[in-house]
Design a protein around this ligand. Structure first.
Ligand SMILES: Nc1ncnc2c1ncn2[C@@H]1O[C@H](COP(=O)(O)OP(=O)(O)O)[C@@H](O)[C@H]1O
Ligand SMILES: [Mg+2]
Length: 264
């Protein structure tokens, strides 16, 4: 990483990024810059390209065209393991590829190299980092439990520890709360809020369909529509029924009341 996070002009920097798969354009000419101290929510209909965008940022997919950099690391010039250190990634896909028999501490340790919890013997340094990451998420007591035996809320804490084990510049959360009960969701909200209060906090990028997930610390948002940016900017400027309805392609009158009350 070049310099401290606070000294950098941008954390995420995308310039005219397109992703084409099997002849289909999934992201088109997408430009997006995030800066230190910002936290972003990401919204858009199913199929609008949100997950593809996050996989590009996390180094699991490559842009067909355009320029991508995270925390000063330029994609195409930096090795994938190096890139992945800058980005903590929590997504349903990570949950699915985690073998259920893996111990929670090995799940957390697998974040060090972005692998999926293979039961290798870790160095003392990696083991210590994994246990520290579990402790920071309040789940060190789960260290010797098998991933598949944990509740959804406990699994999410362990996957969060995995994502944060390298102290990344960015933490991407792709619809992480969908399976949680009310208490677990409230616990995650508290945990995220306290995480963002830390001086070394990662920038949080949250994909969600739910207004209640847009916690007070989110400063900015981006709406995707059919692979393009429909709107982006300050939260305060986006949280207006006219903008939301246009960006999401929903008639303003049929937005849930919680959205309609967001009139500034
Ligand atoms: N490898 C692929 N090949 C072809 N189409 C894909 C591929 N991956 C995703 N898509 C398509 O790209 C679109 C965007 O997908 P995705 O990024 O998962 O959207 P979202 O997360 O917003 O629901 C969808 O129509 C999906 O079917
Ligand atoms: Mg998705």
């Amino acid at each position: 990483m070049t310099g401290s996070v606070l000294g950098m002009a941008a954390i995420i920097s995308l310039n005219k990024v397109s992703v084409v798969r099997e002849g289909k354009t999934i992201l088109r000419d997408l430009s997006w810059v995030t800066r230190p101290g910002e936290h972003w929510f990401v919204m858009g209909a199913n199929g609008s390209g949100k997950t593809t965008l996050m996989e590009v940022l996390a180094g699991y997919q490559w842009a067909t065209r355009g320029h991508v950099a995270v925390a000063g690391a330029v994609f195409g010039q930096t090795s994938i393991p190096e890139l992945r250190k800058h980005v903590g990634y929590v997504s349903p896909w990570i949950f699915r590829r985690m073998p259920p028999e893996t111990l929670a501490e090995d799940v957390a340790a697998s974040g060090v190299d972005g692998s999926a919890g293979s039961p290798v013997r870790h160095s003392v340094k990696v083991s210590r980092a994994a246990r520290q990451a579990l402790n920071a998420r309040g789940c060190l007591h789960l260290a010797r439990r098998r991933f598949g035996t944990l509740s959804s809320g406990e699994q999410l804490k362990v996957i969060m520890a995995r994502a944060l084990v390298n102290a990344p510049a960015v933490l991407i959360l792709d619809e992480p709360f969908a399976v949680l009960d009310v208490a677990a969701r409230a616990g995650m909200y508290r945990d995220l809020a306290s995480l963002t209060g830390r001086r070394d906090a990662p920038q949080i990028i949250l994909i969600t369909h739910h207004f209640e997930d847009i916690l007070p610390f989110f400063t900015h948002g981006i709406f995707l529509n059919q692979g393009r940016v429909a709107a982006q900017g300050l939260r305060h400027d986006l949280m207006r029924p006219r903008i939301i309805s246009r960006a999401l392609g929903v008639p303003a009158g049929s937005l849930p009341s919680v959205w309609q009350e967001q009139q500034a």
